[in-house]
Design a protein. Structure first.
Length: 111
């Protein structure tokens, strides 16, 4: 005899967040050299050459304190590497910089 399992929306959202982070746990940075040129495959990142280079420019600005106290919003279609780029930036910045990952549904809802 099996019983139905009910899960609250909070528990469902946490599971989704864990899956999203877990899918990118291999990422260690943006995979850029000192000239901000992306390596073919480095630090867990492949592809998205222009996006990685743009993220590298933002990363340098953050490290130089030019955009301190601000947030970075990465937007685009599903499955284009936004979370991977964000995780890579967070890894490159280290533990001193706060990192909060949000899904669009956490910000806007019709309910």
């Amino acid at each position: 005899m099996s019983l139905p399992i009910s899960v609250s929306s909070t528990e469902t959202r946490e599971l989704t967040r864990m899956e999203r982070v877990g899918a990118h746990s291999h990422i260690r940075g943006l995979g850029l050299n000192d000239a901000l040129e992306p390596r073919a495959s480095s630090q867990g990142m492949v592809g998205q050459v222009k996006a990685r280079k743009a993220a590298g420019v933002i990363l340098k600005m953050i490290q130089a304190g030019k955009i301190a106290g601000r947030a970075v919003l990465i937007a685009g279609p599903p499955s284009t590497g936004k979370t991977a780029i964000a995780m890579a930036m967070a890894q490159a910045l280290g533990t001193d910089v706060p990192f909060t990952m949000l899904a669009a549904s956490e910000i806007f809802s019709l309910e």
